[in-house]
Structure formats: structure tokens, C-alpha cells
Design a protein around this ligand. Structure first.
Ligand code: SF4
Length: 469
């Protein structure tokens, strides 16, 4: 049944109908109405998660399935969610479940190499507009095709890693050995093909694991394998239509786009599963092309796949210059375009300001705020910074759209209480708000000093214009 044609009654019929209120709603019917509008998920009804309601829960999950099926990989604290998309484009509705990035390790590595690479992956962190951008998973690749070696590598990595795992091999015997090392961990299996789908499907069922289907450049085959595995009882599937980083890049992007379009615009449930991209294939040319070139290829393929609906990437390069642009791109794509990222307004002390320190203001647009504060900190300036509520807009658009006015600045200055912290009455304002200077002086009674247009100039500006102690 298509989610668009559902009525609250269809959902209500499958709920426990006890009106127990454990979900926070007054009645089961109120819950059903919210479930239809995607305002709650069925997991918020605790009785539904019990053995007694296993069958209605499964029916509801399929009935309310988003255009792209949501899959959980891993268990407990180590779990990540992929897919779950309701729409094709982010301007239609906020995207959920950002593209997961898995970095590979290989079973041919020594124990020391394995563990140090796992540590490097887990340590990767970049602070960007108030968020820590991180990597998400470890993909263990069987390069030796030896079940025992793979089992050993999986065991070592699982003991050391706090992240969920992908087990990569086209041999069901190798995958089976890996699963025996971590039978309860629900790793992602990579991959089922036209040749091994039955054996690997059996493993997915036995160990309750999500499974990737791999059918390079053959969307028809991918679709048939989905059907076969669903009939076999495997529900949590991911699709890999193949990643080609050279001449096949256009085909790769086309396949990803066609699959997501089929799922979101045409309601094709057999293609409505999370997409896996493997920019790591750039490394098939190792030794043929210089490593730097392979890292470039891998990085740009990853960037393109993130923008073309990819839900999970498997990568090799750990260089900051290759990963950083992609984790930032991902962060930007998965931010709600209707809600500017904002920080809390109010007074901030940067460094150790005293009664002679400069007083400045900026807006509460997160990118502006974090850029200004990091420029001030880099210049080792002690100052007071007032963050004015501009509804998350940067200085220039906030002035143009009257979200930043002299009244607002004067009110924020007063509310900050900075008057009691400094003995001077001079406020430094951003260069882009220069046209408000006269009015701010009038309304606040403070002298206004127009600062630089770019916050990186603040330290130099203060050196020249602010009296040094
Ligand atoms: S928790 Fe479930 S059973 Fe209880 S009121 Fe909510 S929907 Fe109904």
C-alpha cells in the first residue's frame, strides 16, 4: 500500500488500541494521525515493540515505509542508520541520516597496522560551526580470500573499534567466518551478487544482518536481486550499482540518480533502498598512477556521490585534504536549508577580557559566529563579543532584510550587561553593518567604531585603532 493513500484508520487498526499514553499521545488514534504525517515513528509506541505485536509492527513498518527503506547497521551505541529518505531533493523536506563514510582496513595487514588504522579513523574529527565532523564505520576487506585470516582480522578490529563494521568479500565462506567472530554485532555484509546471493542471503538471515547487493552498471539485475532476496526473507537491503571513477563516472552518477528517482518519484519499492558508493575503486590503479592522483579521484568521486544520493561510502584515503571537503559537503547537504544554523545569542568572553577590553558584536548565524570567534582567538585578542539574534542570518543579509537593526543592537548591548564590565563606552561593529553606526550611537549612547569588513582583519584593526594597555 502506498503511504500517500493511507488513512489514519489503516494505521490505527494495527496499533494495540489501549490508549495507554506511553507514546505521549492521548489516544492511539492521535498517534495514528501523527504517524501518517511522519510526525512520530512507530518505534515510539512501546507495546508495539514487544513480541506480542511483532507481526503488526512489521506490517506497519512496511506500510509506513519511506521512499528509501531505513536500515540500521550495528547494534546499541555502535549503530548507524542509513537511508530513510522521504524525498529526492533537500528543498522538498530535510534529509535524514547523513551519508555514512566507512574507511577500509585489510586482512593482509598486521595486527599493529590494523589497530593503528582503526585508531586513526576513530580519531578523525573536525570542528565545524559547532559540530564535530567524524567518520562513521570501518570496512574490513578480505584481500587474502582466506576465511581464517578474515575471521582473525574481524575479531581484532571488532575488539578495538567503537564503530559499526562492513564485512567485505564476495565469498560466502569468508563472510561466514567473519560473522562467526562477531555473531551478535549486525555488521553490513558486502556483497551479494548474481552468483552468490542465495548463500549470502542465508547468512544475512541467520545473523540478522543488513546486506548490500552489488550489480555493477546493471540496474535491471539489481532490481531482480532485490526481489529474489525479499522473497527469500531478507528485508534490510542496500544497493550498489557500481562506482566507476574514470570513463564510467557519468554512468555511475546516472545510475544513482535513476535509482533514487525511481524510488522517490515513481514509487518503485524494489529500488527504494539505501545506495552504497565505492570511491575506493580508484585504488585499483595503485602502482599504475601516482598515489596523489588516486586520492584526488577518490575524493572527487566521493563528493559527486554525496550529492547524488549516496547513503554509504567506502573509502581508503585518510588524508585530511581528501576527507575534510567531503565531511563539510555532507554536513551542508544534510542541514535543513529552511533553518539557518544559529547559535545562542548573548554575551561571550573571549580570552581573559578586563575593563579596558574591546566590545564587539556579531550575528548568531553559526558560520559567521564561529569564523569571527576563531579569527579573534587566532589573533590572541581578549574581548567581549555580543551575539545579536538575527534569526540565523549573516551580517550583510541581516542588515538588508532588517533582521539586524540599530534597535536590536542597542537592546542586545543593554541586555548583555557589558556596561558593568568595561569602563569605556565604545562598540566596534562589523564593517558590513557600517550604515547602522549613527543610529546605534543615538540609541545606545555608545561611541561606534566601524570595524573591518572581514573578521580576519580584526587583530590588525585592534592593534591600529584600540588603545593598547
Ligand atoms: S503507546 Fe501505543 S498503545 Fe499506547 S496510546 Fe500510544 S499508540 Fe496507543
Amino acid at each position: 500500500m502506498s503511504a500517500r493513500k493511507l488513512s489514519p484508520l489503516d494505521v490505527y487498526k494495527l496499533l494495540p488500541k489501549t490508549n495507554c499514553k506511553s507514546c505521549g499521545e492521548p489516544t492511539c488514534m492521535a498517534f495514528a494521525m501523527k504517524a501518517i504525517k511522519r510526525e512520530v515513528t512507530i518505534d515510539k509506541c512501546p507495546p508495539l515493540l514487544t513480541k506480542e505485536y511483532e507481526s503488526p509492527y512489521k506490517q506497519l513498518r512496511r506500510m509506513l515505509r519511506p521512499a528509501v527503506w531505513e536500515v540500521v547497521i550495528g547494534v546499541g551505541d555502535k549503530a548507524v542508520k542509513v537511508g530513510g529518505k522521504l524525498v529526492m531533493y533537500r528543498h522538498e523536506l530535510t534529509y535524514v541520516n547523513p551519508t555514512v563514510i566507512a574507511i577500509d582496513v585489510m586482512d593482509e595487514m598486521s595486527e599493529h597496522e590494523l589497530l593503528s588504522r582503526v585508531k586513526t579513523v576513530e580519531r578523525f574529527s573536525y570542528s565545524y560551526i559547532g559540530q564535530d565532523l567524524k567518520l562513521d564505520m570501518i570496512a574490513i576487506r578480505s584481500t587474502l580470500n582466506d576465511p581464517d585470516k578474515f575471521k582473525g582480522a574481524v575479531k581484532s578490529v571488532a575488539e578495538a573499534a567503537k564503530m559499526p563494521l562492513v564485512l567485505c568479500s564476495l565469498s560466502h565462506e569468508v563472510l561466514k567466518a567473519g560473522l562467526e567472530a562477531i555473531p551478535e554485532s549486525r555488521p553490513l555484509l558486502y556483497a551479494a551478487t548474481k552468483d552468490n546471493w542465495k548463500e549470502v542471503g542465508e547468512l544475512a538471515l541467520k545473523y540478522n544482518c543488513p546486506l548490500t547487493i552489488f550489480a555493477p552498471n546493471d540496474v535491471g539485475l539489481l532490481r531482480s536481486l532485490v526481489k529474489a532476496l525479499l522473497d527469500y526473507g531478507v528485508e534490510d537491503l542496500l544497493l550498489d550499482p557500481g562506482t566507476f571513477v574514470d570513463d564510467g563516472l557519468a554512468d555511475t552518477l546516472n545510475n544513482f540518480t535513476m535509482i533514487r528517482r525511481a524510488a522517490c518519484k515513481k514509487g518503485d519499492e524494489l529500488l527504494g533502498y539505501p545506495l552504497v558508493g565505492t570511491p575506493i575503486v580508484a585504488w585499483l590503479d595503485k602502482g599504475v598512477a601516482p598515489d596523489e592522483e588516486l586520492k584526488w579521484k577518490e575524493a572527487y568521486a566521493a563528493a559527486m556521490l554525496i550529492t547524488r544520493f549516496c547513503d554509504l561510502l567506502i573509502m581508503h584515503s585518510l588524508d585530511g585534504w581528501a576527507l575534510l571537503p567531503n565531511v563539510i559537503l555532507r554536513q551542508n547537504i544534510y542541514t535543513d536549508p529552511r533553518k539557518p544554523t544559529a547559535v545562542k545569542p548573548g554575551l561571550r568572553e573571549i580570552g581573559s577580557p578586563d575593563e579596558s577590553s574591546p566590545v564587539m558584536f556579531t550575528t548568531n548565524f553559526a558560520l559567521t559566529y564561529f569564523t569571527v570567534t576563531s579569527d579573534i582567538e587566532a589573533g590572541r585578542v581578549d574581548c567581549y563579543l555580543i551575539v545579536v539574534d538575527t534569526e540565523g542570518l549573516a551580517v550583510r543579509p541581516a542588515v538588508a532584510g532588517r533582521r539586524l537593526t540599530a534597535d536590536k543592537v542597542a537592546d542586545a548591548l543593554k541586555a548583555s550587561g557589558v556596561e558593568g564590565l568595561v569602563k569605556h563606552r565604545t562598540l566596534i561593529i562589523p564593517g558590513a553593518a557600517a550604515r547602522l553606526s549613527g543610529e546605534i550611537e543615538e540609541l545606545s549612547g555608545w561611541k561606534v567604531l566601524v570595524g573591518p569588513m572581514d573578521s580576519s582583519e580584526i587583530p590588525r584593526f585592534l592593534k591600529e585603532k584600540w588603545p593598547q594597555p
